[in-house]
Design a protein around this ligand. Structure first.
Ligand code: RP5
Length: 167
């Protein structure tokens, strides 16, 4: 586990394997764009079950407010973390070589009632990062203003692209 900033992390970005990082990096990038302190780590649900449970059980007390968890295949990490923490958990289905990530998506999204995981699209870790920012922004007016500015920019970019195509 490594701190990505000197400030106390408020978002935990975890994944089942270091092989998930090329996908999960986009979540970290989104958090950096909003200067949200985060930490990154590998806590495999299957290969490091005890560490995974300890991570989930201690996350809130350590100051985390949101967990972003990515995994592929039999992707149990987000759901298992959600079962042992009261924090919001955002699941990222990581696409592997087989089944195009459909297995990861279904493993993460089909949670039983009472144990929610907010699941983003297959491979869309950027949206997981942005959703974490929105969750934090709900109780942080300055961060909310930055999110609103980001949304205005997104609209402007879409309009400009539309204008460029107009005939
Ligand atoms: C999952 O198994 C991980 O999240 C990863 O997506 C997948 C494969 O892991 P490696 O064999 O590449 O370490 O638990």
């Amino acid at each position: 586990m490594s701190d990505a900033s000197s400030a106390t992390p408020v978002v935990g970005v975890v994944m089942g394997s270091d092989s998930d990082w090329p996908t999960m990096e986009a979540a970290a990038q989104a958090l950096e764009e909003f200067d949200v302190p985060y930490e990154v780590g590998v806590v495999s649900a299957h290969r490091m079950a005890r560490e995974m449970l300890e991570y989930g059980e201690t996350a809130a007390a350590r100051g985390l407010r949101v967990i972003i968890a990515g995994a592929g295949g039999a992707a149990h990490l987000p759901g298992m973390l959600a079962s042992v923490t009261p924090l919001p958990v955002i699941g990222v289905p990581v696409p592997l070589r087989h089944l195009d990530g459909l297995d990861s998506l279904l493993s993460i999204v089909q949670m039983p009632a009472g144990v929610p995981v907010a699941t983003v699209a297959v491979g869309n870790a950027r949206n997981a990062g942005l959703l974490a920012v929105r969750i934090l922004a709900a109780s942080d007016p300055a961060l909310r203003e930055r999110m609103e500015s980001f949304q205005r920019d997104l609209t402007e970019q879409a309009r400009a692209k539309g204008e460029a195509l107009r005939r």
